[in-house]
Unconditional design. Structure first.
Length: 168
């Protein structure tokens, strides 16, 4: 089984990832609870990306529409990952906030993708459109509806379980 933490739209105006994020990643014995971290864009500051890389688990990030130009050399605009029998497309979903899911869907049109992770709207959402699952983890620090959130993906063979959790 593969477990992935999914975050987005951290923005990091203080150039720091919230310390509470690190508490989500490990149990009390210091064992990682996740096999990787997906960031759906708008990390904003290179220092925040470097904080994530130092965690010690793989970080799969994409650019958003707000980012330090230094990130362009290290982080792609989109990516596709494969875990067990599942393909995951990751993109920010730029454009109108209300069209973030449509823009994410268009980004992977014609590709065989099982799950699309996207951000941009700052509002958490899980939805299925046809055969494709969509996960927007919302925003870890800058929610537009007052509830800061993150997502969890559990993959077991060809099965996907998606959850949204609040981040206080």
């Amino acid at each position: 089984m593969v477990r992935l933490l999914v975050i987005s739209d951290t923005h990091c105006p203080s150039k720091k990832i919230p310390g509470k994020l690190f508490e989500l990643l490990m149990d009390k014995a210091g064992i990682f609870l996740f096999d990787g971290l997906i960031h759906c864009g708008d990390i904003q500051e290179i220092e925040c990306y470097e904080d994530l890389i130092r965690i010690g688990i793989p970080v799969y990030a994409v650019l958003g529409n707000n980012y330090d130009f230094m990130l362009e050399r290290q982080v792609p605009k989109r990516r596709v990952l494969f875990f067990e029998n599942i393909s995951i497309g990751i993109v920010h979903g730029n454009g109108s906030f209300s069209k973030a899911i449509d823009n994410a869907k268009k980004e992977f049109a014609g590709e065989s993708i099982d799950l699309i992770c996207y951000g941009h709207s700052h509002i958490a959402n899980i939805k299925n459109i046809g055969e494709v699952a969509f996960l927007n983890p919302g925003s870890l620090t800058h929610s537009r509806n007052g509830v800061n959130t993150y997502g969890v993906i559990e993959i077991n063979g060809s099965n996907i379980k998606l959850k949204l959790e609040t981040f206080d």
